[in-house]
Design a protein around this ligand. Sequence first.
Ligand code: 2IP
Ligand code: CA
Ligand code: CA
Length: 381
Amino acid sequence: MADLLKLLLRVAEKAANVARVCRQEAPLFQLLVQEKTGVDKNKKFVQDFKTLADVVIQEMIRHDVGAQFPEMIDHIQGEESNKFENGLGESVTVTVCGTEKETAALLATVLDGDQMAATLLACAIHQDATLTLTDTGTDDLHIPFSPSDLGIWIDPIDATSQYIEGREEVVEEGCLCPSGLQCALVLIGVYLRATGEPVIGVINQPFNHKDPTGWKGKHFWGVSCGSVKACSVLRPKDRPAECPGLSVVLSSSEKQAVKEALAPLCGPDRLMYASGAGYKILCVILGLADVYVLSEGSTFKWDSCGPHALLLALGGGILDLKECLRFGHLEGGHHDQGELTYHLSHSESPGADRWANQGGLVAYLDCQMLHRVIGELKGKF
Ligand code: 2IP
Ligand code: CA
Ligand code: CA
């Protein structure tokens, strides 16, 4: 299954290219940032285009993975639906067609006949990504599953609001980026259909840094299948020593009670805020924060599945916060319950909420840090 990992790295890079093209090419960029003024139809059209970038990326990933692994096609899910209503109220199913020309023609129907934008988008979708797989270890990996054991969650662009707004922040080495283009990520997670356990994760950051030729991306991957654990990011014990103490990253919209409970544990500048659920988990993976706490059910399976696999590969994980606080099964060492799973829906909930991580979450690398945070939060909200 090392082939699946390599394919996911390639399609995530293609997705990142599409995300960059939508910001670089004038006809697409104008659609993306156009002010929401004018008549209702125009407003809806602009809104549609923003969703279209997401839908197109998701469909492209589904198309490419389904072509190589047909057993998986019915188990590739994502945030977006590919049924799309254009500005004229017509329903269009967005798919990647056999040829670039056909895809462009289909996209033009969604883009109210904007041929130029449709052609540019189709070109990016059909282009092969040139990804230099400098990562060692992807070739020798033995992943002991067959495609029919596996399902996939895709968030084509996480932190969409940051992507649309497009602020270009300068980040200091070793610091997290509270907002801006760096928080936008392509997230792909593979889980076991039988147990819902995440086994492969790919994160692509399309806007990692800017050089004179434009924005450059960065990718990260992890595999966690029983004793097979591998990750493109160094394990914490292999990292250079960092300053002691505990750091937590939160959403700026986190409850005041949670912020207040954690402040004494972290100290003023070690309680940090950042946009993007995926980006906050990436901060924990990279050691930029020790723990990410979210007390609301505002993330979904597609937000956490991919990054979760990287944390598991590094010896950490993501737990359901509500369960953790209620049962306290963390006391007395390691826990093996309460990790989020990805195969079951809350069938009683409407729409996307069926796939929400309803109890909130806590993402961690080191159990000690996790215990301290949970201890501090118990009974406080
Ligand atoms: C969002 C996005 C938001 C996040 C929210 C996610 O996904 O990651 O940034 O909120 O939970 O569902 P916050 O930044 O406050 O953590 P999307 O951008 O894909 O809708
Ligand atoms: Ca998301
Ligand atoms: Ca998204």
